[in-house]
Design a protein around this ligand. Structure first.
Ligand code: NAP
Ligand code: MG
Length: 492
């Protein structure tokens, strides 16, 4: 199939470099990594393959910036900067959305739609520039003491983010760093670095001082590992898989970095018999399919109460057939490709396992060959799944839902919580008590009632159990970029 006609941003072409200390530099090794458009399989650009040497340079630049002029910026100056960043980023959002679509496949419908959210997130962090307030608590020391407590910026912050939404993920690091006076070194995913690099250009244009924000691209095992081991990185924010989190926790022991871990999930989305199915069917379906299922909070276990089970399965099957999959540059596309061949293979393998283990394939399951060499997969529904099946236990990170029947609230909660993850959950019901009881009972950091996946940065979200720790958004997030400090002053 021919790719739809759409203007390709000039930024895309030509090899990309790291941003270190305000300069665009090649990898010390000179190596590069091809950038592939997952909708076509074509190489569209190259990024620098950073390693420990590049990370070292970036961390040194971030340290110098942290201790230099930037440390004397007032909250008002940082707020003005964040608002300027807001304006510059929003002014260029159409280009950013197109870059993201070409680089990681999410449809323009989705990437363009992030403009308003980006505006909100940047304005939120701008509003947080003076959270580092001091207090003068009374003390019981003998003599004449004044005691102060305040919050100081934690220092150099490392960020490692996945490929599924860099245009969202980078603000969870850059936002609080700029708000608090920290500095940052970000290592985006090798599969989706372009929007991060373009944002880095825009940050420079907006007046972010040299060294305050640095971006080093490259492989996780090289650049990512070097960042998480680095002794001069004070805090590391990681979003990604459980396996990588384990190696990051180990690597962070070099200097006991403060960590924030946002990991995967196998979130339950629970539909009660009294739910409004006109909302619950598309709501639960898109709660799994959005971003082609490559979403950490995907409600991939849809639990449905028995009296409506058959009707629900039939209706979600019908709905699924209406979802438009294709090249994300087509404004009608709802779901783009998966990120790469490996991910497509992985998801297809899960689909095969689902069949072998006895789940009923209602619809989907196939690669969409007629869309060309891109990594397109039909959204897929399994019915008669049980919670012990592999497809209900492991994070698939693809557009695959398992529909599992349940009897009552107790049964629903037992199934919902029978997972090692605890990222999110959903409830569909018209009954207030059911909504509250189930929300309270699901062991997860974020619960949606009669909706799925909405997110306000001033409220935030977080994980529980193996889905990690550290709140994203809200004041708690900003405060995690600060450390408490007490000052004891002898006034005699
Ligand atoms: P991943 O393999 O863990 O990769 C995430 C990031 O870590 C990438 O930048 C990766 O680099 C890097 N990395 C890999 N090995 C590393 C190492 N040894 N040391 C340091 N960094 C390393 O995860 P993924 O498969 O790309 O992303 C999907 C996962 O992210 C899913 O589990 C999903 O649920 C989770 N996720 C969670 C959230 C959340 O907020 N909770 C949000 C989105 C995604 P390269 O890829 O460049 O090699
Ligand atoms: Mg790509």
């Amino acid at each position: 199939m021919l790719a739809p006609v759409h203007e390709v941003p000039a930024f895309i072409s030509g090899p990309k470099r790291h941003l270190i200390n305000g300069q665009w530099v090649d990898a010390a090794s000179g190596r590069q990594i091809d950038v592939v458009n997952p909708a076509t399989g074509e190489v569209i650009s190259q990024i620098a393959a950073g390693d420990a040497t590049d990370i070292d340079r970036a961390v040194a630049a971030a340290r110098r910036a942290f201790e230099g002029e930037w440390s004397r910026w007032t909250p008002h100056q940082r707020r003005k900067l964040l608002l300027k960043v807001h304006d510059v980023v929003l002014d260029n959002f159409e280009e950013l959305a197109t870059i993201e679509t070409l680089d990681m496949g999410a449809p323009l419908q989705r990437t363009r739609g992030l403009a308003e959210w980006t505006s909100q997130v940047l304005q939120f962090f701008a509003s947080q520039c003076d959270v580092a307030t001091a207090s003068t608590p009374p003390n019981s020391l003998p003599g004449n003491f004044l005691t102060l407590k305040h919050l100081a910026p934690v220092g150099v912050v490392g960020g490692v983010i996945p490929w599924n939404g860099p245009l969202i993920g980078l603000w969870w690091i850059f936002g609080p760093a700029l708000a608090t006076g920290c500095t940052a070194v970000l290592k985006p995913a090798e599969d989706a670095s372009l929007s991060v690099l373009r944002i880095a250009e825009l940050l420079t244009e907006a007046g972010v001082p040299d060294g305050v924000i640095n971006v080093v691209t490259g492989y996780g095992a090289e650049a990512g590992q070097a960042l998480s081991e680095h002794r001069d990185v004070d805090r590391l924010a990681f979003t990604g898989s459980v396996g990588t989190a384990r190696s990051i926790v180990r690597a962070s022991a070099t200097n006991f970095k403060r960590l924030q871990l946002e990991l995967g999930g196998k979130s339950p989305d629970i539909v009660f018999a009294d739910a409004d199915l006109d909302k619950a069917v598309p709501g639960a379906a898109m709660g799994v399919y959005t971003n082609s299922g490559q979403v950490c909070v995907a409600g991939s276990r849809i639990l449905v109460q028995r009296p409506i089970y058959d009707e629900f399965v039939a209706r979600i099957g019908e709905f699924t057939k209406t979802v438009r999959v294709g090249d994300g540059l087509d404004p009608n596309t709802q779901l783009g490709p998966l990120i790469n061949q490996r991910q497509l293979d992985r998801v297809q393998q899960y689909i095969q396992i689902g069949g072998t283990e006895g789940a009923e394939l209602v619809t989907g399951g196939n690669r969409l060959d007629h869309l060309g060499p891109g990594y397109f997969l039909e959204p897929t529904i399994f019915a008669d799944a049980t919670n012990t099946m592999t497809i209900a236990r492991e994070e698939i990170f693809g557009p695959v839902a398992s529909v599992i029947p349940f009897d009552d609230v107790e049964d629903a909660l037992r199934i919902a919580n029978d997972t090692e993850y605890g990222l999110a959950g959903g409830v569909w019901t018209r009954d207030l008590s059911t909504a509250h009881n189930v929300s309270r009972g699901i062991q997860a950091g974020t619960i949606w009632v009669n909706c799925y996946g909405v997110l306000d940065p001033s409220i935030g979200f977080g994980g529980y159990k193996m889905s990690g720790y550290g709140w994203k958004g809200a004041k708690e997030h900003v405060e995690s970029y600060l450390y408490p400090k007490a000052v004891y002053i002898n006034l005699d």
